[in-house]
Design a protein around this ligand. Structure first.
Ligand code: SF4
Ligand code: SF4
Ligand SMILES: [Zn+2]
Length: 137
């Protein structure tokens, strides 16, 4: 498929059912600046599926399962070119997804739930939020 055509038709031509293959964006934390200086984070403003949230002033993929299979639209709205898709990142066999800033599965050290993150984190988003809440008390 030609890329331009794909981008223009992406909102209308996607199959309604989710494809079994994993599909989600990756935010490179070293590139993302949380859209500092802009009125809103472009990726969050753009994507209607709550895939991103801002944590520590950077966008993180909090709900990869919400991403629409085949959609690459948010890649082009990011002013810092911080968003990409795993399929197009050349992974050397030796580098772990974690080292590339890609999403990887982690078991939360507090609640034991498995979650996906592209950060070096061992707390799920819920436990992390709870911990931040406790610190503020
Ligand atoms: S649009 Fe890009 S720079 Fe802005 S918050 Fe999202 S990932 Fe970060
Ligand atoms: S690829 Fe599409 S559905 Fe997935 S996060 Fe980006 S804009 Fe949202
Ligand atoms: Zn947890």
């Amino acid at each position: 498929m030609i890329k331009g055509v794909f981008l223009n038709s992406v909102k209308w031509d996607l199959p309604m059912e989710r494809n079994a293959a994993a599909w989600y964006p990756t935010v490179f934390p070293d590139k993302c600046n949380g859209c500092e200086g802009l009125e809103a984070a472009k990726c969050i403003q753009f994507c209607p599926h709550d895939v991103f949230e801002i944590r520590n002033e950077k966008a993180v993929v909090v709900k990869p399962q919400n991403c629409v299979y085949g959609c690459i639209a948010c890649e082009s709205v990011c002013p810092k070119k911080a968003i990409t898709f795993p399929q197009r990142v050349a992974l050397t066999p030796k580098a772990k997804p974690k080292d590339k800033g890609l999403l990887h599965k982690v078991k939360c050290r507090k609640c034991g739930n498995i979650f996906w993150t592209n950060r070096d984190a061992d707390l799920c988003f819920e436990c992390e939020a709870a911990e931040i809440g406790e610190k503020r008390k």
